[in-house]
Design a protein around this ligand. Structure first.
Ligand code: ADP
Length: 736
């Protein structure tokens, strides 16, 4: 369908959030891709009310090179005039001057409420404008309705109807950078820090950053602590210190209160810690730092995805359709009636104000509740159960290549396992360590500080036991009295566990519960939408690409960047989405000569029209023959009269880096599920083998026997790869 008569407006409104630019870029390019005209409305509703040059048509290149920028390039504002009917009438007139009757609004619940009101009043506003002679009847007839789609830009992650709001992940990055930095200085001086984070009605940032930052105590609006909490907090901190912590971190949401509704300030917490524990305590209020900085990889690709979907939404809308909120659910686009989401969001705030905290947590959803419990169990240095006669012994080890977040998972497993009364053992040196018997008990304090550490303190290796070594493995498990096994790792870890499980008749020592936790940057494991490490690697790649882009600005240049992923194109596709690559090469599709010919033609054509930078991303295994070097030479040879070509093989930096907040949360949630599984099996005398995954929002355990049915063995990747369908979005936005 041609959309040549259609004009779409896009604006950002309310508080700014990182990722808004990615959304604006996606809206602009998707609209142009569909043949519609697209206008930016500068400074939020203020620009709409003012009109003139604050409403400007944008071209494809106007939104080039903005993905990496924080804030919003089209400006945002709070606009009292739009709250008045007169302001909205002026806004309607200004939109109609450009023929705009479809809007994509990126903002918080206030902005979206305003948009809905505007939409409801539209026919009356137009009638008034006709009457006043400000527009003619034909114009009014041509635009009988305003069609809108809302995207939620808010760092608080406070909107019902989307798993994540635009900006929340980047805000978490800022908070975690700060907590990591404070932790290191606090540990040097044995100090305590109280960190205040944003969130007036929503404890998402506080709770997740407390988990990801390894804090001791957290205070959030949804869970005001019961009377006497000061003593309990001090008690917990005291136990932590006795068990080996050198610092204490308390995270408090700005909207935290006690049960009577009185605000708990960071300064009050400081006083309590100083008076009752005699601790040298400092307060850090993070404030606007949380809104700033470059958007995270997630905020770039997620905002791109929803921006693209919002354009499809307004193009498909009819005058009668209900306005939709375009959000994400389990990494997929989800549309829901806009006002229903806004009303439910307000209901949570009301529930908190009415002190119905049980309901508030319930309204936040299942994983919020689960994370609250996990945090408590981990922060508490004492087991929550009375030790049984003989504690069960669970061994933890890594298998396969290194993935950031392995330490976070091991720490969570050790602490949560001990909380359940188990003895937790660490195996150093992966399966080799198991063979050599490098197994030792890990205490609560031994894993202190592991949350934030990249690498793998226990060691990771791709080496797997040989058939001859199986006997030694069995002996080691017996000698050390291991009752259950948790392997944190990638493809190799899964393979070995599958093998051990299938050999249990021959080696009775393997008759014990065993479970694999997905940790690999490749994201190539069955049963889990994401594996631990993939988000960190993506952030590392995206940061590198930002620098590559900057370096190339002076010349006309094409870059061929090679990323890891083995036979799985996840990192290539998602980094392409997040950095606005023009072309990606995936192992799932391979590379043909015909593709390359078309690519060269497109590239030459595009530089001929004035392009200055062209980014291609190639997965390391996309094709055996058409290597990164080959591609670079080919492009150079064919395009040397117009541009030069450089290649960059990012290599092992992708496995390095400290785990991202998302990977820390994922690692913790998965570890909690593994410990639950092992505890359950040990309790009932079971000996199941399994792997865990977070798929479509649910933590699920799959029997290890099922693994071969869920994967393409030859290519070492899952049969189902949810993210592949995002390819069409990338393509629509890559080139005009
Ligand atoms: P957020 O969108 O981040 O929640 P605000 O609540 O400040 O931020 O709203 C941003 C802007 O949206 C306001 O300045 C105003 O222009 C508009 N707005 C908010 N609520 C309404 C409303 N009820 N009616 C009309 N406009 C509104």
């Amino acid at each position: 369908m041609s959309h040549s008569q259609i004009s779409i407006g896009v604006l950002t409104s309310g508080g700014d959030a990182q990722g808004m630019n990615a959304a604006v870029r996606a809206v602009v390019r998707a609209a142009i891709h569909e043949g519609a005209a697209v206008y930016a409305i500068y400074e939020g509703y203020q620009g709409m009310v003012d009109g003139g040059d604050r409403v400007r048509q944008l071209a494809w290149d106007d939104v080039g090179s903005i993905l990496h920028r924080g804030g919003t390039i089209i400006g945002t504002a709070r606009c009292p005039a739009f709250r008045e009917r007169d302001g909205r009438r002026r806004a309607a007139r200004n939109l109609l001057q450009c023929g705009i009757d479809r809007l994509v609004i990126i903002g918080g619940d206030g902005s979206l409420t305003g948009a809905n009101l505007f939409r409801q009043e539209w026919p009356e506003l137009l009638a008034e404008l006709v009457q006043a002679g400000e527009i003619d009847e034909a114009t009014a007839r041509a635009h009988p309705a305003l069609m809108i789609a809302g995207l939620v830009g808010s760092i608080d992650n406070d909107m019902v109807g989307t798993d994540m709001t635009i900006g929340a992940d980047s805000a978490l990055h800022r908070i975690i950078e700060a907590i990591d930095a404070l932790t290191s200085t606090a540990a040097s001086h044995q100090r305590s820090f109280v960190v205040e984070v944003m969130g007036r009605h929503c404890g998402y940032l506080a709770l997740t950053s407390a988990i990801a930052g390894g804090a001791d105590y957290v205070l959030i609006p949804e869970y005001p602590p019961a009377e006497g909490w000061e003593n309990r907090m001090c008690e917990m901190l005291r136990h932590g210190r006795a068990a080996g912590r050198r610092d204490s971190i308390v995270v408090v949401a700005e909207g935290a209160t006690d049960r009577t509704g009185n605000r708990i300030s960071a300064d009050y917490i400081r006083q309590v810690l100083e008076e009752r524990l005699g601790e040298d305590t400092r307060v850090t209020i993070l404030g606007h730092v949380q809104r700033g900085g470059t958007p995270s990889a997630y905020d770039r690709w997620m905002s791109t995805l929803v921006g693209h979907a919002a354009v499809q939404e307004v193009l498909a809308a009819t005058p009668d359709s209900e306005p939709q909120l375009i959000g994400v659910r389990y990494n997929r686009v989800r549309r829901l009636p806009l006002m229903q989401c806004v009303e439910q969001t307000r209901a949570v705030a009301r529930t908190i104000a009415e002190k119905d905290y049980v309901k508030a947590v319930e309204l936040r959803g299942g994983s919020f509740n689960e994370m609250t419990k996990t945090f408590r169990a981990m922060a508490e240095a004492l087991p929550s159960v009375t030790p049984v006669d003989r504690p069960r012994r669970i061994a933890v080890l890594h298998g396969g290549g290194l993935a950031p977040g392995m330490n976070t998972a091991a720490r969570a497993a050790v602490r949560l396992g001990r909380d359940r009364g188990h003895t937790m053992l660490g195996v150093r040196g992966s399966f080799g360590g198991l063979i050599d018997g490098r197994i030792e008990e890990l205490t609560w304090g031994d894993v202190e500080g592991w949350t934030a550490l990249g690498g793998a303190e226990l060691g990771a290796s791709r080496q797997t036991p040989t058939t001859e070594q199986l006997y030694t493995v069995a002996r080691a498990l017996e000698t050390h009295g291991v009752d259950g096994l948790l392997v944190i790792g990638g493809w190799k870890a899964y393979q070995v566990l599958h093998w051990l499980h299938s050999e249990r008749e021959r080696y009775p020592a393997f008759k014990m519960p065993m479970i694999c936790l997905p940790a690999t940057i490749d994201n190539n494991l069955p049963g889990s939408d994401l594996s631990v490490g993939a988000d960190t690697a993506l952030n590392v790649i995206v940061e590198a690409l930002d620098r590559i882009k900057q370096s190339a600005m002076a010349a006309r240049r094409c870059f061929v960047v090679e990323v890891m992923g083995r036979h799985c194109g996840y990192l290539a596709l998602m980094s392409g989405m997040a950095s606005g690559a023009e072309r990606i090469y995936l192992p799932e599709e391979g590379i043909t000569l015909k593709d390359l010919q078309a690519d060269v033609e497109r590239m030459v054509d595009s530089f001929g029209k004035g392009r200055r930078f062209y980014l291609t991303i190639r997965n390391e295994y996309a094709n055996d023959q058409y290597t990164t070097d080959f591609l670079a030479r080919l492009f150079e040879e064919e395009g040397s009269h117009l541009f030069d070509v450089r290649q960059a093989v990012l290599g092992h930096v992708q496995q390095g880096g400290n785990p991202s907040p998302f990977d820390r949360i994922l690692a913790t949630r998965l570890a909690a599920h593994c410990i639950d599984f092992l505890t359950g099996e040990l309790g009932r005398g079971g000996a199941a083998g399994a792997f865990v995954g977070l798929a479509e929002g649910k933590l699920t355990t799959f029997p290890i026997k099922q693994m071969p049915d869920m994967v393409d063995i030859a290519n070492r990747r899952p049969l189902e790869q949810w993210w592949l369908e995002l390819r069409s979005v990338l393509e629509a936005l890559a080139q005009p």
